[in-house]
Write a protein that binds this ligand. Structure first.
Ligand SMILES: NC(=O)c1ccc[n+]([C@@H]2O[C@H](COP(=O)([O-])OP(=O)(O)OC[C@H]3O[C@@H](n4cnc5c(N)ncnc54)[C@H](OP(=O)(O)O)[C@@H]3O)[C@@H](O)[C@H]2O)c1
Length: 248
């Protein structure tokens, strides 16, 4: 087992799985949180374990849409042998939901969906950080929050999503100040990396307008997460991984 242990929420598939793989490749021991993607996460860790010929991580299931779920994840992480021995070296707030308030992809029960969105993007990271901050201090660890490149802009019918990510961004800057000098905190702001099912056409239109004229790869985002986890003098920063979207 490595001494560098990191928890990645929502790490079973898509950008979270790419982050898990990149961190294992870099020598991290990864605690992979999932809600429904248990089988995918188990398979990912099995493949990585075979490739690296070592135990590379463990999977924990929890619904971060409730405080009870957040608490159960925090308790499981704090009881994990690597965290007991070495503290926690990283906490990546990656779990997310993404939907518009109108049109294709809009949830039938918008009030419930909006509640879950704010819980997942803001309240769960706040509760999880609070529960794990002593372990992060012991591990000389850092926090990386996955936000979004939508800061300062307005997207049609995505006000709840972008507002909740803006809240997480601001909360992360607060952690950078309040938890210093023991714990660093930074944020990665992806642009158009992997489309949701309901936004394929709009995603293609956006990508065509980007300065770099292509979508990003999950590995591009994973590399930014790894950079922040391993950069001992960097805190309070937000890094856009968006192909230049912020320029247009
Ligand atoms: N994809 C992009 O192009 C893009 C662009 C900008 C920002 N981002 C940000 O980058 C991060 C990763 O993006 P992504 O597209 O890979 O994310 P995603 O697929 O939308 O969500 C990541 C994971 O969140 C977990 N999750 C959802 N609801 C949950 C709940 N109630 N409790 C616990 N976990 C829950 C799911 O885990 P299970 O599968 O285990 O259920 C899901 O796999 C997100 O924070 C996203 O906002 C992504």
């Amino acid at each position: 087992m490595g001494e560098k242990t990191v928890l990645v929420t929502g790490g079973g598939r898509r950008l979270g799985a790419a982050t898990v793989a990149a961190l294992v490749d870099a020598g991290w021991f990864v605690l992979v949180h999932v809600r429904t993607s248990r089988a995918e996460a188990d398979a990912l860790l099995a493949d990585l374990s075979t490739a690296h010929q070592r135990e590379v991580g463990r999977v924990f299931s929890a619904d971060l849409g409730t405080s009870e779920g957040v608490r159960s994840l925090a308790d499981a992480v704090l009881a994990d042998q690597t965290v007991v021995e070495h503290g926690l070296g990283g906490l990546v707030h990656n779990a997310s939901v993404f939907f518009p308030s109108e049109g294709e992809g809009a949830p039938a029960d918008m009030a419930r969906a909006r509640h879950d969105l704010w819980m997942l993007h803001v309240e769960a990271p706040v509760q999880l950080t609070g529960a794990l901050q002593e372990a992060l201090k012991r591990g000389k660890g850092s926090i990386v929050s996955m936000v979004d490149t939508s800061w300062g802009k307005a997207w049609p019918h995505l006000g709840d999503y972008s507002a909740s990510k803006a809240a997480l961004r601001q909360r992360t800057l607060g952690w950078a100040l309040d938890l210093a000098p023991h714990v660093r905190a930074n944020a990665v702001a992806p642009g158009a990396i992997l489309a949701a099912d309901w936004e394929q056409d709009a995603f293609a239109d956006t990508v065509a307008r980007l300065p770099l004229q292509r979508s990003g790869q999950p590995e591009d985002v994973a590399a930014a997460v790894r950079y922040f986890l391993e950069a001992p003098y960097v805190t309070g920063q937000v890094l856009a991984v968006d192909g230049g979207w912020g320029l247009i």
